[in-house]
Design a protein around this ligand. Structure first.
Ligand SMILES: NC(=O)C1=CN([C@@H]2O[C@H](COP(=O)(O)OP(=O)(O)OC[C@H]3O[C@@H](n4cnc5c(N)ncnc54)[C@H](OP(=O)(O)O)[C@@H]3O)[C@@H](O)[C@H]2O)C=CC1
Ligand SMILES: O=C(O)[C@H](O)COP(=O)(O)O
Length: 438
């Protein structure tokens, strides 16, 4: 913490173009090392091989974009004059600029240890902050290698520290440390606890979700089925933006279920090294939790579209039809390859279910009627609604935010840079009013 504090003082005096230059360099080095870092992701978090490489490349692109965006938005300030406010002459010139906050504590989750770390590191650094990264325990090795790329790029010593250790053991020390000036956290309920313990500092919290997929009668069902597979099952459902409940109009439900079943049958289940679609979930406790949801749904009469199968942490993809609101899976986030489908008789019923959730991250609606889609999007209490596509955080410069228990603040490159700065103003007071050309 001390070295982060002193390194930040010097870093804030480093010209913006130089900060950007170093970030571009780090991005290039990270991309050069995409293969070994992807190997770490495969081994640590069982991310399929191709997705692991994509995560590293996407992270390099994110860093470069952050450098470019930072140069633009941090290079600009505001100039205000006083006579626009009643009762004032033009005697005050107000200059505003964005200044760093100090030490940013970044805590990413296991599922995107590299990408969700750089989405915090990049904005923090370009804005002149220093960084303490607490990587997820599963994903820590990938994070250490990623941070090493920043060190190879020549960032000053002490500016970026990576502090490994279990969150349950070292978390409170870090999040309650008086030297921390901002916390950017992505993860589960832990974020709610952190926001209660943290001091009076800006918080960026991206937490869980129960993203609903509303399907209307006129939807292109092949498109919906393809998006349900991508949205519900990629990385075995371990994405905050995964489709976590399908709300489909009864009249097209049978047809949709058949199409999804056909695609589920084609998913390859197995080790991440073989680039299988469905790989083992991250821990045994996670697999046990998922199984608990499945057994609850079975007991309460859900229709199993596939046989439930589990070997260790590997769970076969499962679509549960005829899910009802009394089942846990209707509300809880499995973070696994299990997808509930609820049949609805009206759009209002779908919106009601979506809004009754304590989460409000993203949602999606499928229809050919753009006017209806916009009305539904407005009615859904979520940070983002995707029309005719599955929820997604990317592209990484899009704003990304959750309502209710899904988070505080907004991510995305521009919003994160702004969030990691404070506005500073300097007011020039003139002895007498001065009007241009006056
Ligand atoms: N909205 C979003 O953008 C995203 C949300 N998520 C959500 O995250 C959850 C799954 O990710 P998971 O990694 O298991 O989430 P956790 O909340 O368990 O962990 C997230 C991070 O917090 C750390 N942590 C744990 N306890 C503490 C503590 N007391 N103080 C400080 N840090 C702590 C973890 O470290 P350690 O690993 O050592 O425990 C990890 O680095 C899901 O609910 C998912 O929806 C995930 C990705 C994106
Ligand atoms: O943690 C997650 O689930 C990610 O933020 C999802 O990112 P993506 O939607 O771009 O895959």
């Amino acid at each position: 913490m001390e070295s982060a504090k002193s390194a930040q003082k010097a870093w804030a005096k480093t010209p913006l173009w130089k900060r950007a230059e170093l970030l571009h360099k780090a991005a290039a080095i990270l991309k050069e090392h995409k293969a070994p870092i992807a190997q770490c992701l495969i081994k640590e978090i069982a991310k399929p091989a191709k997705d692991s490489v994509t995560e590293v490349v996407r992270s390099g692109d994110l860093i470069s974009y952050t450098a470019e965006e930072g140069v633009r938005i941090l290079g600009e300030g505001k100039f205000l004059v006083s006579d626009s406010f009643p009762g004032n002459d033009r005697t005050k010139y107000c200059l505003t600029s964005k200044i760093p906050l100090g030490v940013v504590l970044a805590i990413p989750p296991f599922n995107y240890p590299v990408n969700l770390a750089v989405s915090k590191i990049g904005p923090a650094l370009i804005a002149g902050n220093s960084l303490v990264l607490k990587p997820p325990t599963q994903g820590a090795v990938s994070c250490l290698h990623m941070v090493h790329c920043f060190h190879l790029a020549g960032f000053p010593k002490g500016l970026i520290s990576c502090v490994t250790g279990k969150g349950s053991e070292i978390g409170d020390f870090l999040t309650m440390h008086p030297g921390v000036n901002c916390i950017s956290f992505t993860g589960g309920d832990t974020g709610i606890a952190i926001s209660k313990k943290a001091g009076m500092i800006p918080l960026q919290m991206e937490l869980g979700g129960k993203d609903a997929c509303i399907v209307l009668e006129d939807a292109d069902l092949d498109l919906v089925a393809a998006n349900i597979i991508k949205g519900g099952f990629s990385y075995s459902g371990q994405r905050c933006t995964a489709i976590k409940v399908v709300l489909v109009m009864e009249s097209v439900a049978d047809a949709l279920v058949e199409k999804v079943k056909a695609r589920v049958a084609k998913l390859r289940v197995g080790p991440p090294e073989n680039d299988c679609d469905i790989t083992p979930v991250v821990t045994e406790s996670s697999a046990n939790f998922i199984e608990g949801l499945v057994l609850d749904a079975k007991e309460k009469g859900a229709t199993f579209c596939q046989q439930y199968k589990r070997e260790g942490n590997l769970i076969w993809p499962l679509l549960l039809d005829n899910v009802r609101p009394d089942m846990r899976i209707a509300w809880e986030e499995p973070f696994g390859p299990i997808l509930p489908l609820i049949r609805i008789n009206s759009v209002e019923e779908g919106i009601y279910h979506c809004n009754a959730s304590n989460f409000g991250l993203q949602g999606c609606v499928f229809t050919k009627d753009i006017n209806k889609a916009v009305l539904i999007s407005d009615a859904m209490e979520t940070g983002t609604v995707q029309i005719n596509s599955a929820p997604a955080r990317g592209p990484d410069h899009f704003p990304f935010q959750g309502l209710k228990e899904s988070g505080i603040g907004s991510q995305g490159i521009t919003n994160s840079i702004n969030m990691m700065t404070k506005v500073k103003t300097t007011v020039i007071n003139l002895p007498s009013p001065s009007y241009t050309m006056g």
